[in-house]
Design a protein around this ligand. Sequence first.
Ligand SMILES: O=C(O)COP(=O)(O)O
Ligand SMILES: [Mg+2]
Length: 235
Amino acid sequence: MLAALYPCPAMPIQAIAFDLDGTLIDSVHDLARAANLARADAGLAPLEVDAVASYVGDGAASLVARTLADDHHAEFTGSELQRAAMGNFDRHYKAGLKIATEFYPQVQHTLAELHAAGYPLAIVTNKPERYTLPLLELLGIHERFDCVVAGDTLPQKKPAAEPLLHAAAALNVPAQALLMVGDSKNDLLAARAAGSPVVMVDYGYGENVAALGADALISAFDELPAVLAALNTTV
Ligand SMILES: O=C(O)COP(=O)(O)O
Ligand SMILES: [Mg+2]
């Protein structure tokens, strides 16, 4: 069901950029396993998966700092403890990028439908390239995307505009015609900063996404083609 339609985009959507964690894939169990192994290496007890989910969204260094401190406000300052935890997380996560990670329902089918409809597709994630690229290969969808912008591809990551502007340039469309689809506030802020329309999914890791004022909010990935059609007819 199309839950909400807000102010319409400035021009028809010509291409689509997708967030990865919490939007296309449910990756939190593998992230939590690696984070909890890194905590165990530091002599700390494991965290609940839901706590780890609330710490996802600002890239791996931030996830390591937050899971190590069990505090959403913790920042990666490069302390010895954090650097050791980062190295351990990196080793554990690379060893199990896709043990429990799966697509959300209807993602593959809908991506194929959007590709067949002629939309160039991109990934714009805060996940670092060293995890993003092998994971897309393991998922068997790396060839679906004409452009992948990861968290360390550029000096800036979401919520900055640059990753979306970079994707728009790579896909040869104006940023106003590149739809961002994401699950968290960083996706919305990046889209707004780039002047791009944005659709939020409400099943990911972001909190209170319904209150963020996206152009549309969806509860299932296969609502996207209808939302696209609706957004494009309101232009
Ligand atoms: O790795 C993260 O912190 C989040 O990744 P995402 O941008 O794909 O949600
Ligand atoms: Mg996300």
